[in-house]
Write a protein that binds this ligand. Structure first.
Ligand code: FES
Length: 374
């Protein structure tokens, strides 16, 4: 249940045989291929793609929607903490975004659960919040991501989440409970208000049924309403998870929460026991002194003045349509070659200079004159 790094699309023996038959049929039905014809009759069928139907839609009061979906036989399950790229067709155009599975990875081969929070200007998140319905068809990538558990049975665990970053760590907690994990687990969630906390009842129920699970709810805009007040601190961890320095600590949420967790652990000499996943990248604009030069897209012959924003965003503003998935440096879909110039990764600060070096457009900003193979 907890194998680290389980990724990629693998075909089971029956599917492999089917694939061979389909390859043969494809050559007969070219140029459209057999999949195209069968999909006219049965939309979720595919010999290789992961397609899924929405089986249940729950609209949560706080501007999010929880979808339970049933993938076709090409989905081989996932490991708690992973995400998938979800593709939705909106007005005839395919849009792809990354969402972490929120359910237990046990049984994750038959049904999957995502919760999608509506974002200001978010094309996919707003579409799903407003229009998701039972029977809707989605496409999925294979599960991706290395933010997964691999503890030995004696380790204590601390989960820290903020806002909609709750989903991958909730999946870990649900999977551990399903696997009858007996080690101590502290689950610390930060939300602005009680009403904005996703999965509050689910977490309370898990904590009530599993005596090794300690649940701590913090409502940062409502002092006195939660189990603690204020933001993540040494004192909070010492209070609710004594001995946390010896735990494995998994954090997912806004960048300041993750930075705080790393700094706190670093101060106690246990930074290597902290694992993080960002699912809420804040919009980035370079500081004024570093903005300048031009951004050239060599494949399309377009040049714009560098405005200090991410390269993906500047390319889109220039009318180009580069491929992207997560828009936060995780999926690598937007990777292109840097022809010349220097860029800086605004998530980890890494500066890259060079020729023919691969970079992710969504998390890099140009420093001076830059040319990208796009
Ligand atoms: S879009 Fe996913 S890494 Fe850039």
């Amino acid at each position: 249940v907890l194998t680290k790094g389980q990724t990629g699309l693998r075909l089971r023996p029956g599917r492999l045989a089917l694939r061979k038959i389909v390859d043969l049929a494809d050559s007969v039905t070219a140029p459209h291929g057999l999949d195209q014809y069968i999909r006219m009759v049965r939309p979720t069928w595919s010999s290789i793609d992961v397609r899924a139907r929405v089986a249940r839609v729950v609209r949560n009061g706080e501007g999010s929607v929880t979808l339970t979906i049933t993938p076709n036989g090409n989905w081989n399950g996932f490991v708690a903490g992973q995400y998938a790229e979800v593709t939705v067709e909106i007005d005839g155009v395919h849009h792809t975004r990354c969402y972490s599975m929120a359910c237990s990875d046990r049984g994750g081969r038959r049904t999957i659960e995502f919760t999608v929070k509506a974002q200001p200007g978010g094309i996919v998140s707003n579409f799903l919040n407003q229009h998701a319905r039972r029977g809707m068809l989605l496409m999925l990538s294979p599960p991706r991501g290395e933010f997964t558990l691999a503890p030995s049975s004696s380790e204590r665990l601390v989960f820290i989440s903020g806002g909609s970053g709750i989903t991958p760590v909730l999946s870990m907690l649900r999977s551990l409970c399903d696997a009858r994990w007996v080690g101590p687990i502290t689950f610390l969630h930060y939300s602005t208000t009680m009403a904005m906390m996703p999965y509050s009842d689910v977490l309370s129920d898990l904590a009530a049924r599993h005596e090794n699970v300690t649940l701590v709810k913090v409502f940062t805009d409502q002092p006195g309403q939660g189990d603690l007040d204020g933001f993540l601190s040494h004192a909070q961890l010492d209070q609710v998870a004594p001995g946390w320095e010896d735990a494995l600590i998994y954090v997912c949420g806004p960048a300041p929460l993750m930075a705080s967790a790393r700094a706190i652990a670093d101060a106690r000499g246990c930074a290597t026991r902290v694992f993080t996943e960002a699912f809420t990248l804040t919009e980035f604009v370079a500081e004024a002194g570093s903005i300048g030069g031009s951004l050239h897209f060599s494949g399309s012959g377009v040049t714009v003045d560098n405005n200090g924003r991410g390269i993906l965003e500047q390319a889109e503003s220039a009318g180009l349509n580069p491929l992207f998935g997560c828009r936060m440096g995780i999926c690598h879909t937007c990777t292109r070659k840097l022809d010349t110039g220097t860029v800086r990764n605004h998530v980890n600060g890494e500066v890259i200079t060079g020729q023919d070096v691969e970079i992710r457009l969504c998390v890099n900003v140009p420093l001076g004159d830059v040319s990208i193979d796009l």
